[in-house]
Structure formats: structure tokens, C-alpha cells
Design a protein around this ligand. Structure first.
Ligand code: ATP
Ligand code: AH0
Length: 352
């Protein structure tokens, strides 16, 4: 069979609000095997006004939220059109947009990612696919995580994919099915501690490297109930506030950074061991924390693969681009084994 190529732009706005990730990708399909090539990518930092609006949207009136949904859709469309023009992009089948999460209440059967896809279509005149999570929630799923479909079809050479973001999470195969779960808190805590030392984050883990591990605290962290629970399971800010913050006293920030970095390495290595992971792909900003990576390597035999800067930083935008391509072909783009919905499905609204 001939190769079939698809060109897509993925748009992702993460919870950390550092900016809009745009990723232009070529997907190559051959006999239902998929491959990809990242052609161009860029992060557009949010202005203070956008950051404020996206952060505060959760408290807006219904009218104001609807207005923001349209306005942010036009913003996404404008930024995407600028990206297309600047990079002289001619081959483009579709734009696939995650939007920005304002509400996520799967138990109440709703989730809201703002940024109206029809507004993106008006600005770019391209087919736009958006609102990927709602259908999963209606099908009884958690509407997250969605990234495992990409891990399954684009990164299948790895036993597992580990993301080092606000929390550290992993996707892997167990009994032939892909599961995904949070392992432990990571940058959500490290960044807060680094802020006390005047930095936005612990660059390369240098503060942690200079500190001393508090073994009493380390032991308390490792004993937390969450770590005895079976996967799938997930963490949130509420858990950090209730379970972690009370354990912190007046230790030096460097020592706390050393302890939390050690804790993350211990928990990650434990999961590699438990699931017999032979090789793992590591992405997300925490991949640049070389001290953490050294610590993980020292505790495990698992072969650790660190990809290019593009894949480290744009894997999520890349996978949303891919989900749009799958949707355009009416193929399943959500794995019920990862989200807990009734069955696998092809999700996303289409504006064309
Ligand atoms: N050189 C570095 N050394 C240590 N940590 C780094 C470095 N560069 C980035 N980071 C960490 O990575 C974070 C950004 O990564 P990323 O964009 O994956 O986070 P995120 O958007 O919060 O992730 P997620 O949405 O998956 O939780 C920074 O806040 C910082 O904690
Ligand atoms: C509802 C929502 O936006 N969830 C995000 C969030 O950010 C990280 C984590 O929580 C993950 O579950 C999810 O995004 C990724 C891209 C996912 O669905 O796989």
C-alpha cells in the first residue's frame, strides 16, 4: 500500500498557563502503522490579560464566559493564521484544538475547554476539530487522560511514556491494554519551593543537588496512602494541599527540594519495577531537571530515552494534532482503558 500523508496543526493550552503551544506535523500512515515528523512548532506566551482571563474564567458569569469562549476562539484562530503565514505553510489538512480547560467535572457529566472551533475556522478557513473531552464524559469516562492514544500509536516502541509536568504521570500496557495514571506530585511542588529561593523553577535541579535529604520527611511521603492504591488513579491540587503541605515544617527550601526530588525518583523507579518497564520515553519540562533524571537512572535498570527538544515540549500538541487526523478518518481517538468510558470512540466536533 502507498504511504498516505496527513498534515495537521495541533493547539494546546496547558494548565500551567505558560502559553499556547502550536505544532505543525506530518503524519504518515502505512498499513495502519503511523509515523510522524514535527515540521514546525512554537509557544506563544500569553499576555498578562489573557493569563488573568483564563485563570479567572472559572468565576465568570455565564454571559462573560460565553463571550470569552468566542473571543479566545478568535485569538486561537489569529495566532494560528500568523503561524501559518510566517512559516509559509501550504500543506494543511486540518487544525486540531484542545482549547483551555475551565471546568472539568466528569462525575457531573460535563467538562469545558473554551476556544470556539468555529471562530478558529473563520480566521483560518481550514477544517477545525475541537472539544475532544465532552463525548468521553457523556460516555461515562473521565474525559482524561487523552494522550495515551498517541503513546499507543506513535510511540509504541517504548514500554512506557513518562510525563514530568506539574504531576508525574505515566502510560503503559498491562495485559494488552493501555492504562495511564499519576505517579506523584512534581513541579507543582518543586516550583513553589524554588519560588522561595527567587527562581520560577529549580533549574537543572541545582538547588536540590545542594540540599540535604530529610529522611524523616521522605519516609512520611513514601508512606502516604495514595502510593499503596492500585492504578488507575489520579492526583490533584486538593490532594497536595491536604496531604503534603501539613508535612512541611520550617526546613530549608534546598533540603525540601532535595527531599521531594528524591521522593519523586523513588516513586517513579518503583513503578518501573512494578510493571517491568524495559524502556521509557520521558517528556515534559521536568525532563530538563538533570538531577532528577540522574536520581531516576541510579535507582532503576530501565533504559531511559530522552527525545528531541520538540518532542519533550510539544508531545501533547502533537498528539492533539494526531487525534484530529484520526477523527477526520472516523477512527477511534480515545481509549476507554485510559479514560474509563463505555467503549473506545472517535471524539471531537468538526467545523468545516
Ligand atoms: N531547566 C529546567 N530544570 C528544571 N525544571 C525545568 C527546567 N525547564 C523546565 N522545567 C520545569 O518544567 C515546567 C514546565 O514544563 P511543562 O510545560 O511540561 O509543565 P506543565 O505545563 O505544568 O505540565 P502538565 O500540564 O503536563 O502538568 C516548569 O514549570 C519547570 O518546573
Ligand atoms: C481536563 C484536562 O484538561 N486535563 C489535563 C490536565 O493537564 C494534565 C492532566 O490534567 C491531564 O489529565 C489532562 O491533559 C492531558 C493532555 C491528557 O488529557 O492526556
Amino acid at each position: 500500500m502507498e504511504n498516505q500523508n496527513f498534515y495537521a496543526i495541533g493547539l494546546m493550552s496547558g494548565t500551567s498557563l505558560d502559553g499556547l503551544d502550536i505544532c505543525y506535523v506530518k503524519f504518515i500512515n502505512r498499513n495502519s502503522d503511523w509515523d510522524f515528523e514535527i515540521l514546525k512548532c512554537e509557544t506563544i506566551a500569553y499576555s498578562v490579560d489573557w493569563e488573568d482571563d483564563l485563570k479567572n474564567a472559572i468565576h465568570f458569569s455565564s454571559e462573560k464566559l460565553l463571550e470569552l469562549n468566542s473571543e479566545y476562539g478568535f485569538y486561537l484562530g489569529e495566532k494560528t493564521q500568523e503561524f501559518i503565514s510566517k512559516n509559509n505553510i501550504r500543506e494543511l489538512d486540518l487544525i486540531s484544538s484542545h482549547g483551555h480547560t475551565v471546568f472539568h467535572q466528569p462525575k457531573n457529566k460535563f467538562t469545558l475547554q473554551i476556544g470556539d472551533g468555529r471562530a478558529i475556522k473563520i480566521k483560518t478557513n481550514k477544517t477545525v476539530i475541537y472539544d475532544f473531552r465532552s463525548q468521553d464524559v457523556l460516555l461515562g469516562g473521565n474525559g482524561a487522560p487523552l494522550v495515551p492514544i498517541g503513546d499507543e500509536l506513535l510511540f509504541s516502541e517504548f514500554d512506557a511514556c513518562l510525563n514530568l509536568g506539574g504531576f508525574s504521570n505515566i502510560s503503559l500496557k498491562r495485559d494488552g491494554k493501555r492504562i495511564a495514571f499519576d505517579i506523584c506530585p512534581l513541579n507543582i511542588i518543586l516550583n513553589d519551593l524554588a519560588l522561595k529561593l527567587g527562581k520560577k523553577y529549580d533549574e537543572n535541579g541545582d538547588f536540590a543537588r545542594s540540599g540535604n535529604i530529610d529522611y524523616e520527611l521522605l519516609n512520611e511521603l513514601d508512606q502516604l496512602e495514595f502510593y499503596q492504591e492500585k492504578a488507575p488513579k489520579s492526583l490533584g491540587i486538593e490532594w497536595v494541599n491536604a496531604q503534603i503541605l501539613p508535612l512541611i515544617n520550617d526546613q530549608k527550601s534546598e533540603d525540601l527540594l532535595a527531599t521531594f526530588t528524591e521522593h519523586a525518583a523513588v516513586q517513579i523507579a518503583k513503578i518501573f519495577e512494578e510493571f517491568g518497564i524495559k524502556n521509557v520515553l520521558i517528556t515534559g519540562g521536568g525532563t530538563y531537571n538533570s538531577y532528577l533524571i540522574e536520581k531516576i537512572k541510579a535507582k532503576t535498570k530501565t533504559d531511559i530515552h530522552i527525545p528531541t527538544k520538540e518532542t519533550i515540549e510539544y508531545k501533547e500538541a502533537l498528539i492533539f494534532a494526531f487525534m484530529g487526523v484520526l477523527r477526520s478518518l472516523n477512527l477511534h481517538n480515545i481509549l476507554s482503558s485510559a479514560t474509563g468510558s463505555l467503549h473506545d470512540h472517535s471524539s471531537g466536533l468538526v467545523a468545516d
